[in-house]
Design a protein. Structure first.
Length: 395
């Protein structure tokens, strides 16, 4: 077995504390990797990476959630590391190095109040907090920080790529972008083609956001996700016969799909139809929110869920049950599954005065129907991650 040096804490420096939030996507699901539109908020739960610079190239990690430690060198291949969660951090370091940031060792404690695998993007919270910490540790060590780091979206793209190289999950830009660029009290309509953003207020006196974690974790989630991506690529390739030059399914609208969809087998037609209709719904939802039409916003959420259930086939009975229960409750504008699907969470928008009641109803009714316990809570639209020094903490 390979022997690793101990990561020696720097004798002088205090820890760098980097924090990145989880997110909940209000609408716009499975559109980000099709260069489409998404409308997420960052939430008031997240992941904190407290890092102490070390004097060598060893990285020592402790995950409180897993009660485990991991140890590797900054230039180790991320894809083979154990335990697997260490690959997220190693993936970030490898992509940062590839983009010209000098590799520096550190020792870090990882703490989170997000559910892992619950559809609230604990993975991007981890990659983004790790990236922020690693950059700051390098900066403190006197490294020249490449100027591209200031460009919006660049660090988010590195975190997205880290998940791909380290875990083989071909995720989109939405999760890390939200963790790094969200604003408190606002949803962000992100155009995943050019990363242009429109912030739309989500006023706390008008609407509360309730997230219900179904507790279901399907092992096929990563495989199913990659399969859907593959199907979108295949649909695009078939539509791009002679004459057509679509860059992504985002370039298609409803009338083009009606005219050209005949060329697709039924399954691919349904996948493409979800992407096309979801992009239209997401833009309309942002407009509805901007003009305070929450009733319309809610109906679009329900249509989104139906499309994900029937056309994209990424929901599951437990998520459907949570949506059904929410839609019967008082004061609810809309409800849908959120995140990649195959388990995970739902998001519901509700009048603030009815939020507490909805939380209780979802928990009790879901257990009665499925025998499972859902973790249900109100989340608040929160700001982006960041980094601070913590002189009080001990290394
Ligand atoms: P989601 O992003 O919806 O939570 P993912 O499957 O994409 O679900 O990411 C969950 C994975 O991220 C976990 O299985 C684990 O490997 C990793 N992870 C997230 N947070 C932590 C943490 N605090 N400590 C260790 N690993 C974590
Ligand atoms: Mg994730």
């Amino acid at each position: 077995m390979r022997r690793f040096p101990k990561a020696r804490p720097h004798p002088v420096l205090s820890p760098v504390v980097a924090r990145a939030p989880g997110r909940v996507n209000l609408i716009g699901e499975h559109t980000d990797y099709n260069e489409g539109f998404v409308l997420p908020i960052a939430i008031d739960r997240g992941t904190e990476v407290s890092a102490w610079p070390s004097e060598d190239d060893a990285v020592l990690l402790e995950s409180v959630a897993y009660g485990e430690t991991a140890r590797f060198r900054v230039d180790d291949d991320p894809a083979t590391l154990q335990p697997p969660w260490a690959r997220y951090v190693a993936g970030v370091l490898s992509r940062l190095r590839r983009n010209g940031l000098p590799a520096v060792g550190f020792r870090a404690k990882i703490d989170t109040d997000l559910p892992l695998g619950g559809g609230l993007s604990s993975s991007a919270a981890l990659t983004c907090a790790s990236a922020l910490a690693a950059v700051e540790v390098a900066r403190l060590g006197g490294a020249a920080i490449p100027p591209w780091l200031e460009e919006p979206g660049r660090l988010a793209a590195i975190c997205r790529d880290a998940e791909r190289v380290a875990l083989g999950v071909r995720c989109g830009i939405m999760d890390p972008y939200t963790a790094l660029h969200a604003r408190s009290g606002q949803a962000l309509l992100l155009d995943c083609r050019d990363l242009s953003v429109r912030f739309v207020p989500l006023p706390a006196d008008r609407v509360s956001v309730v997230v219900a974690d179904s507790g279901v974790r399907h092992s096929l989630a990563a495989g199913g996700y990659n399969e859907r991506r593959g199907e979108c690529e295949e649909a695009l390739a078939r539509l791009n016969g002679p004459g057509a030059r679509l860059r992504s399914l985002r370039d298609l609208d409803a009338s083009a799909l009606a005219a050209e969809g005949k060329r697709l087998p039924p399954t691919l037609l349904r996948r493409a139809r979800h992407v096309v209709t979801e992009n239209a719904r997401t833009q309309e939802a942002a407009d509805s929110l901007a003009r305070d039409d929450l009733a319309r916003f809610g109906r679009l959420m329900v249509e989104s869920h139906e499309s994900l259930r029937k056309d994209y086939e990424v929901s599951c009975p437990e998520l459907d049950a949570l949506v059904e229960i929410a839609l019967r409750a008082r004061g609810v504008f809309g409800s849908r599954m959120t995140g990649g699907g195959f388990g995970g969470s739902t998001v519901s928008l509700v009048e603030p005065g009815s939020a507490k009641r909805l939380v209780e109803t979802l928990a009790t009714e879901y257990e009665r129907r499925t025998g499972r316990k859902a973790e249900v809570r109100v989340v608040r639209p929160s700001g982006a991650g960041g980094v601070r020094r913590d002189p009080a903490a001990q290394g």
